[in-house]
Design a protein around this ligand. Structure first.
Ligand SMILES: O=C(O)CCC(=O)C(=O)O
Length: 292
């Protein structure tokens, strides 16, 4: 049914490279609704949904730059799932039809995010692997969708990916030695040697990249005077297991099942055997642990 959106060739390319771009997937009207909602939230015209985190860029928070507008102050919105307008992205039928091609018919969402890259701040996202942030395994049963809300180019800080890295392991992550680094933007260790293999994903509004959680990816600085905004969600199949040996706070979250026989319920799958559980803190920089 969704073969016209993600062809066999695109599917092969996803498993070969760890990502694939579906061009022109979403309607400009939807993109406008999400961008307008972001603006309304940031400018305080609508109430922030429960659980939603609106994060300022670190340079703004530290007073290094004084943004002219409120939109120029914001780095991202995390966990928008209780906002009905933004969440219509997570549940969008075109997105879910594509997601099913990568992980099958039973789908839950585990993460939602809207990334704003304003002008005049550093705003880079170091090369990293998203699996670092997720308690579910196996990794092959997780996929990200990331949709350009406006044209994204090398100049305004498009995504960069290192093809094939999804076939590796979860790497140790560290705090890059950057003067202005946004909170929890960790960088994968030991990827300097392959850095030159990165490719820039320039995309038009509505283009959507689907990528694997082990794929090494990041994004550059916005060197224009415009914005670079994108909306994103992560999904898993229902045959995943809980793999972390820490319960809080993520285990308390309710993960919504969106497709399949259990659609409308919340995930309540099994945990891995005790001896196979991993400690996510083992993959994070030790100075973070010290600070906390
Ligand atoms: O949008 C960006 O600039 C980075 C996003 C990213 O790295 C992610 O979604 O994991």
């Amino acid at each position: 049914m969704a073969e016209h959106l993600i062809s066999e060739e695109m599917l092969d390319s996803y498993w070969e490279n760890g990502f694939v771009v579906a061009r022109g997937l979403l309607d400009p009207k939807d993109l406008d609704r999400w961008t307008q909602r972001l603006t309304d939230i940031v400018e305080g015209r609508v109430e922030r949904a429960e659980g939603m985190l609106v994060m300022k860029d670190v340079m703004v928070a530290k007073g290094v730059v004084n943004p002219a507008t409120q939109m120029e102050a914001i780095a991202k919105i995390q966990d928008y799932e209780k906002d009905p307008v933004l969440d219509s992205y997570t549940t969008h039928s075109q997105i879910l039809d594509c997601v099913e091609r990568f992980i099958g018919h039973d789908v839950q969402t585990i993460h939602t995010m809207l990334i704003n890259k304003p002008p005049n701040v550093d705003g880079r996202h170091p090369l990293h692997q998203d699996l670092l942030y997720f308690p579910f395994r196996p990794a092959d049963r997780i996929v990200a969708s990331w949709t350009a809300l406006e044209r994204v180019t090398k100049e305004n800080g498009c995504l960069v990916v290192i093809p094939g890295t999804h076939r590796g392991e979860l790497l140790q992550h560290e705090n890059p030695d950057w003067e202005h680094l946004n909170g929890a933007y960790f960088g994968a260790a030991g990827v300097d040697d392959i850095r030159e293999k990165r490719i820039h994903l320039e995309m038009e509004p509505g283009d959507t990249v689907f990528f694997h959680p082990i794929l090494v990816h990041g994004s550059g600085r916005n060197r224009t005077q415009g914005f670079r905004r994108a909306i994103s969600a992560h999904y898993t199949a229902l045959d995943v297991e809980w793999a972390w040996n820490i319960d809080e706070p993520l285990k308390k979250r309710k993960y919504r099942i969106l497709r399949g026989e259990r659609a409308g319920e919340f995930w309540s799958g099994p945990a891995r055997r005790e001896e196979e559980l991993i400690n996510p803190l083992d993959y994070l920089p030790s100075d973070l642990i010290k600070k906390n």
